[in-house]
Ligand binder design. Sequence first.
Ligand code: DGP
Length: 128
Amino acid sequence: MSAESAESGAGAAQAGADCLFCRIVAGEIPATVVHETPNTVAFRDVDPQAPTHVLIVPRRHVPTVVDLVDASPGELAELVRAVGDVARMEGLDRGYRTVFNTGREAHQSVFHAHVHVLGGRSMTWPPG
Ligand code: DGP
């Protein structure tokens, strides 16, 4: 069970019309889409934290990345492959950061699995 499901059990109920990223995947809410595969969509974050800040989401509604690997390891592999494609397309040859925020304490705010791809500036560690 995902962190979010454990907290509220709301993940499945948020699918479809109630889920922001499902609506972006469906084209109901506009987004700047930069890459698509049969099972993933990548679009620019509305509040970028770096010169490149792209979110890659599975088309399937699952609340977290752990739920995605449980549901379909192949779709998780496709998501990670899309990270490499986006990094190449964005020219992030000096490096980039990938972030899966999982659960509220980790600052996950949209409970449809997604990976942040951040690049184009030097990163610091530890993350805040
Ligand atoms: P997280 O906090 O890890 O759940 O990341 C959710 C991200 O989603 C956050 O960085 C902001 C982004 N976001 C929220 N609403 C929208 C939107 O309507 N469009 C786009 N493109 N991004 C959004």
